[in-house]
Design a protein around this ligand. Structure first.
Ligand code: NDP
Length: 454
């Protein structure tokens, strides 16, 4: 590590205490882009890196809401407006009890480079709340979403900052928030993406992140003359990203044998077929039940409850070819990464954001497996959000086939950029370096063009 890199990271750590996930995300990007800074010394002079790690704006606000018993609660709302060099801030909202400033700063930071890779004009942002939708009634979720938007509406807009879903925020929550935004602003605009089809949503948006992660895996495999057909796959999570990852894997002839939630995971050696996936979608999106019920419903399925005392996750200790982590950050630790490799997994395409700890990433890179880091592999979701914004501006709707073809093209373009840039900077096959450098260069060049205050 150069002195410049060490000094820079020491400063970032000193300025952002108690934000380990943010530091983790910054450390990876900074390490990757050092060769680009050496090649283009003007970035250092213009303090591009110093500017990029400082969000343009952080909004924190109180969200009071009332439960079904008439009791009052107070939650914290956030929006990190990280970078608007190449377009309006764009990124999801997360509702989960673990949400804090550092978590959202990491997600917003990642979003800057991810959005740049999509080839679309979108800056980076992320937001959310420590509200936990789990176990809440529909009416409670609605009241919370409306309360959130009562403050939030004044900070956003279709040309300023555009929201989408993330953990705990799906079609239901987007609907309640869009309804309140429309009421308060008296405007029907594309300020949220992931909307319903009847009210400005794009076809394929719910599917996009999962489909995209699978397309990215297919692109990586193609560099070795292989395809997903017949491959055995591990998928974690059972929410939006996991469900559509399974759907596309089935379309492409792969076999998926696991799914999980925070309570545990199921192993279905026979494979999750279309009918079983329908059951999962109904269970998770309508009944809001637990994945354990899958094992109760189908024969031959093993359910393993989550055990926080274990030093690894047994889901990642199963013989397979490919892994699609699709639950949450840091869900693959170093031991899990070693187990994956030991069990023959040689394709990892990250649907979740930063699901692998740095020591795990090092193992994947050392073993030279096909490792697609999240900011490249899961960019399909935000890409189709970008297409939703385009369709809203046009007041027009593309067909399913059109959007899917555009998504496929974007994932190909992201793969190509990451692959070519990795080789150009002397680390062929290293998609981490390739994605970080390619995303950084687009934003950095724009910040140079726009001057100091951009
Ligand atoms: P959902 O809320 O739909 O699903 C999340 C899934 O992950 C659930 O099965 C949930 O289980 C599980 N999960 C969440 N937190 C934890 C945890 N701490 N430990 C174990 N399991 C957990 O979210 P999404 O599918 O939308 O998001 C999943 C990941 O994909 C996140 O990392 C998100 O940032 C990322 N992502 C999502 C995009 C999108 O378009 N939705 C776009 C790009 C990235 P449980 O229900 O028990 O909590």
């Amino acid at each position: 590590m150069s002195t410049y890199e060490a000094d820079f990271m020491a400063q970032v750590e000193a300025k952002n205490p108690a934000q380990p996930k943010f530091i983790q995300a910054v450390r990876e990007v900074v390490h990757s882009v050092i060769p680009a800074l050496e090649k283009h010394p003007w970035y250092r002079k213009a303090k591009i890196l110093e500017r990029i790690v400082e969000p343009e704006r952080v909004i924190m606000f109180r969200v009071p809401w009332e439960d079904d018993k008439g009791e009052y609660h107070v939650q914290r709302g956030f929006r990190i407006e990280a970078n608007s060099a190449i377009g309006p801030y764009k990124g999801g909202l997360r509702f989960h009890p673990t949400v804090d400033l550092g978590t959202l700063k990491f997600l917003a930071f990642e979003q800057i480079f991810k959005n740049a890779l999509t080839t679309l004009p979108m800056g980076g942002g992320k937001g959310g709340s420590d509200f936990d939708p789990k176990g809440k009634s529909d009416a409670e979720v609605r009241r919370f979403c409306e309360a959130f938007m009562m403050e939030f509406f004044r900070h956003i807009g279709p040309n300023t900052d555009v929201l989408a879903g993330d953990i705990g925020v799906g079609g239901r929550e987007i609907g309640y928030m869009f309804g309140m935004y429309k009421k308060l602003k008296n405007e029907f605009t594309g300020v949220l993406t992931g909307k319903g089809i009847n009210w400005g949503g794009s076809l394929i948006r719910p599917e996009a992140t999962g489909y995209g992660a699978v397309y990215f895996a297919a692109e990586m495999l193609e560099t070795r003359g292989e395809s997903l057909e017949g491959k055995t796959c591990l998928v974690s999570g059972s929410g939006n990203v996991a469900q559509y990852t399974v759907e596309k894997l089935l379309d492409l002839g792969a076999k998926v044998i696991t799914l999980s939630d925070s309570s545990g995971f199921i192993l279905d050696e026979a494979g999750i077929d279309r009918k079983k996936l329908d059951f999962v979608m109904e269970l998770k999106n309508v009944k809001r039940g637990r994945i354990k019920e899958y094992a109760d419903k189908f024969k031959g399925v093993v359910y393993t409850p989550a055990d926080p005392k274990l030093d690894h996750n047994p889901l990642w200790d199963i013989k397979a070819d490919c892994a699609f982590p699709s639950a949450t950050e840091n869900e693959i630790n170093a031991k899990d990464a070693a187990n994956l490799v030991k069990n023959g997994v040689y394709v990892v395409s990250e649907g979740a954001n930063m699901p692998t700890v740095p020591e795990g990433v090092d193992i994947f890179l050392k073993e030279k497996i096909l490792y697609g880091p999240s900011k490249a592999a899961n960019a399909g979701g935000v890409a189709v959000s970008g297409f939703e914004m385009t369709q809203n501006s046009l007041r027009y709707a593309w067909t399913r086939e059109e959007v899917d073809a555009k998504l496929r093209d974007v994932m190909k373009a992201i793969h190509r950029q990451a692959h070519e840039t990795a080789a150009e900077y002397g680390t062929p096959g290293n998609y981490v370096n390739g994605a970080n450098i390619a995303g950084f260069l687009k934003v950095a060049d724009t910040m140079m063009d726009l001057g100091l205050y951009s």
